[in-house]
Design a protein around this ligand. Sequence first.
Ligand code: PLP
Length: 217
Amino acid sequence: MSLHDIQTAIAKAEADAGRAAGSVNLIAVSKVQPDARVSAVLTEGHRCFGENKVQEAAGKWPAFRDTFGPVDLHLIGPLQTNKARQAVGLFDAIHSVDRPKLAKTLARLAQEEGRCPELFVQVNTGEEEQKAGIMPSDADAFIAECLAMDLPVKGLMCIPPVNEEPSLHFALLAKIAARNGLSGLSMGMSSDFTRAIALGATHVRVGSAIFGERVVG
Ligand SMILES: *Cc1c(COP(=O)(O)O)cnc(C)c1O
């Protein structure tokens, strides 16, 4: 597939779901991809990208921004508190707010820096031990805690378990967001973004379907 194919599929999924055209943001997930592939997508005019590691993003995005101008950059992977300051400086949105210690650090940095990226609270909808995210039963209290600290929480994010029907997880995330008055839903990846859009996704995170398979090594 290509960037254009994905944009077309998103537009169709929006229309099928009776949602407004342009209501879904496409985050092109460029982690581990060769610079040439990322440049090609920038050259096509796309300006919203996702990375899962602060270090990797810091190594490549300042140069891309010098060349191509402003780029909306989203952190979609886990954030260690000792990298939070760097992340606040680099990213426009952080999708992995998942614990009180990180929320407190971000609140302090927001005070010091006078700005804060848009935040998404990551929910571990599958309650998987190895996966990041706040447990669904703790989500309401944690969201309230973040909002009480004046953090700009825009919505929720989830990564469904690999072997389960993702729609169940998307529906659960949408329900938790709705009861907490949050409008943002970061859900859906290459294999399931159309299903996520049907269930209300506002941000889909699509990597391999745009850039090709990631070469890990
Ligand atoms: C890598 C990654 C994606 C993109 O995955 P694809 O299957 O390549 O679309 C989306 N979300 C997160 C959190 C990721 O780490």
